[in-house]
Design a protein around this ligand. Sequence first.
Ligand code: 5GP
Length: 118
Amino acid sequence: TQQPYGGETIFGKIIRRESPARILYEDQQCIAFHDIAPQAPVHFLVVPKKPIPSLSATEDADDMLLGHMMIIARRLARQQGLSQGYRIVINNGPQACQTVYHLHLHVVGGRQLKWPPC
Ligand code: 5GP
């Protein structure tokens, strides 16, 4: 079971290769892997290796890391063929239904997304 803050999470185990994942990309700062319960034809996560629990827990000095995660998300979205668009989501805290308290970007695409209406 996940601890709301400060605990070890499944993503730490994936980073250390103690738990399997379909890894798309890795560098010194972050790792990206396919979500185990995809909400669209393409759904992957970009996760910093630094175990920051949530966006709220980031510090101003994490600006380079947060920017890097966005750049990696953009590159991987292109590699995954999401030329018609995609969505990047960060669920932050219980009211946003965050379930894994290790910061991550969701990248979701490959179908028409229904919200907002367009
Ligand atoms: P959150 O709700 O915290 O924003 O999203 C956590 C995401 O992690 C969910 O989309 C969930 O499906 C995914 N997830 C949870 N456990 C695992 C796992 O063991 N492996 C992978 N690849 N994804 C996971």
